[in-house]
Design a protein around this ligand. Sequence first.
Ligand code: SF4
Ligand code: SF4
Length: 432
Amino acid sequence: MSGMQNGRGGVVAPDVPPGAPPAFHLLAKPTGSACNLDCAYCFFLETEKLYPGARSRMSDELLERYIRQLIEAHRAPEVTIAWQGGEPLLMGLEFFRRALALAGKHARPGMTVSHSIQTNGTKINGDWARFFKDNGFLVGLSLDGPRALHDAYRRDKAGRPTFDKVMRGLAALREHGVEWNALTTVNAANAAHPVEVYRFLRDQCGARFIQFIPIVERPTESGVPYGETVTDRSVAPGQWGDFLSGVFEEWVRRDVGEVYVQMFDVALANWYGEPAGLCVHSPTCGAALALERNGDVYACDHFVEPAYLRGNIGERHLAELVGSPEQRQFGRDKLDTLPQYCLGCDVRFACHGGCPKDRFTRTPAGAMSPSGESLAGEPGLNYLCPGFKAFFHHIDAPMRRMCELLRAGRAPAEIMAEHGVDEAGSATQGGD
Ligand code: SF4
Ligand code: SF4
C-alpha cells in the first residue's frame, strides 16, 4: 500500500496498515543535529555525517506535512508532538507558534494534542518560559548534576562550561510554573556520585520527574557505531548498577510518591506485571521513531543509520512507515534476538535485555544454561548487563513489598517507614 500524491504535492493518508500501533512516539529534530553546545558524548553530532550540506532547518512546508501526517496516523485520541535536537530552540519561537497553529488546524474533534520539547536549557528566557507555560509544553531539561559534574562534558562550542546558563533557563521555567523533567546522563564523570546528583536535582533544582540515561558510546564510522569497546566518557556497566542502587536507597527512604524517577517507576510496573511504559525495559519496541529535518524517518532515534531509514514523509505517509513490515520486525527483533543467556535470566521480566543499541558484547565465560550447557561467548548481550542484574537484584525485596502494598489497596509510599526501619544501620549504598 503506497501513499498517493495529491494535487498539492502532499501525500494522501492511506488506510493505517494492519498491525500499526494506534499511537506511537516520534521525535522530530527540526534543526537536525545542529546545536549551540558541543557536549563531548553527544551521539547526535554523528548523524550530521548522514546529511552533509543538507538544509539545516525544517521548512514550513515540511512542518505542516509532518503535523498533518502525525495526526492522521494516530487512531488514539491523544497525540504528542515531541521536539528534540540538536537544540530545537534554535528554531526560534515563531516556528513553534506555527506548529501549534497547525496542530489546531489538523486535529480531529475530540483529539488531545500534547507538546513536549527536549532542550539543553541555555536559550530559555522569560519569553520561552511563558510560551511553554501558556501552551502546556512539557520541557525535558538536560542537566548532569551540580556544577563540576555537569560541566565535565556539557560545554559550548568554545569549550566553555554551561552550568550557569542552564540554571538560568531552569529558573525561568520554575518562575513561570512550567512542567519540566530532568534528563540526566550518567557518564564516567558523575557515575560515582549518585546521591550527590540526585540530591542536587531534588533539592537545588526542585526536580520531581527525573530520567537517568546511561552514556554508552562506541566509536563510529560514517555515523555507524562498531566494535565492542566504548569511549572513556561512557559509564561502566557496574557503575550504572551502583548509580541506580545508590539513588534508589535515598529515594526509597524519603521520596516514594513525591519524586518520580523513571527507572524506578518502570521497575515497579514490571514487578507488578503491568506494561513498563519504557521501550528499553519492555519485551518489544519499535513505537518510538525519529524524524529528521528533511522528512526522513528512522526506526528509532538511536538508529539514525542508513540501514534503518524507513522512508521520507514527502514520498510515503507516516502511517505507512510506522506500520511497515520492517518497522514491526524491528520491534519484534528486540525479543527475537535475545541471547539464550537472557532467556534464562531471573530478572529478565524487569530488564528485557535493555536497548538493542547497547547489545554489542558477549555473554561471560562460565555462563551456563539451566541444563548445564555452556552459554559463554554468545553475541548480542547488552553492554550494561552486569549493572542491570545487580540493580534489579538490589531492588527485588522493596519492589515486592511495594507490589504487596498496591495489591492491598495501600500506597507504595508506606514502604518508606518500613524500609528505613528494616535497613536501619546499613550504610546508604553508593553514597557520596
Ligand atoms: S531501539 Fe532502544 S531506544 Fe529505540 S525503541 Fe528500541 S528499546 Fe527504545
Ligand atoms: S540482566 Fe543481563 S542477562 Fe538478564 S535480561 Fe538483562 S541483559 Fe539479559
